[in-house]
Design a protein around this ligand. Structure first.
Ligand code: CDP
Length: 226
């Protein structure tokens, strides 16, 4: 059941716009629970790859989705999940998942399924949820909607730095290409494309620090009684 009184801060934006770091920090400061909606689409992608299901064959993806057991839990105010009892952990950020996730996220039935799951996250109390369609589709009535953006080159630089840290390697040109491909798929898909939600506060973080963005959002939510 949905509880309309639970506060939801919706943070949308393209890849590597700083959403994850900012959303985590905002949740920490406000003492809200953090939800990374992209991790659900990544989880579905991981499961398909693991089970040898072709992500370009929606009927097989949907069949697997309907059979798998997805369970959520909150740990240190971060929502996590298991699929058929397994925690995909860092594999959610692996290259195969990264390259296929936008195909999975474009399947309308998958979106419908995930949007329902995401709406149930209010069971964990006040939340900060980041994604592509949180302010536009999942929680369109939330009074706290933000859209984070940054220039593609700056986003590629940020994602490249992340890859170096995680995998010890990464080619900045390849990263820029991959980001652009994903942006293209996410903004042009028929169901719930990435867009600026109505009434969202747009923040271009190209030349802002994480702290500046976090403090802007926290101030705005706190000023409104959050
Ligand atoms: O970390 P990054 O911003 O690159 O990606 P993410 O937030 O983990 O999302 C991965 C992919 O899932 C996106 O490229 C979208 O295709 C999809 N996604 C979506 O369609 N809707 C959401 N609410 C969140 C993610």
């Amino acid at each position: 059941m949905l509880n309309k009184d639970v506060m939801v801060v919706a943070i949308d934006g393209p890849s590597a716009s700083g959403k994850s770091t900012v959303s985590r920090e905002v949740a920490l400061k406000l003492k809200f629970t953090y939800v990374d909606s992209g991790s659900l689409y990544r989880g579905m992608t991981w499961k398909c790859i693991r089970e040898g299901v072709d992500v370009k064959m929606p009927e097989f993806v949907i069949d697997l989705m309907n059979r798998m057991k997805l369970e959520f839990f909150a740990e240190n105010r971060v929502v996590r999940f298991t699929i058929d009892g397994e925690d995909p952990g860092q594999q959610l950020r692996s290259e195969p998942v990264r390259e296929c996730v936008s195909d999975i996220a474009a399947i309308p039935e998958v979106r419908h399924f995930m949007v329902n799951k995401l709406r149930q996250m209010v069971q964990f109390g006040a939340i900060v949820m980041e994604g592509r369609d949180i302010g536009s589709v999942v929680f369109p009535d939330s009074p706290f909607k933000f859209y984070l953006d940054a220039d593609p080159e700056e986003r590629a630089r940020r994602r490249h730095a992340e890859l170096i840290e995680m995998e010890g390697q990464g080619d900045v040109e390849k990263v820029l290409d991959s980001l652009k491909r994903r942006d293209q798929k996410d903004t042009t898909r028929k169901t719930a494309p990435l867009q600026i939600p109505l009434g969202a506060h747009v923040i271009n973080s190209t030349s802002m620090s994480i702290e500046e963005v976090v403090s802007l959002i926290v101030k705005e939510v706190s000023a409104a009684g959050g």
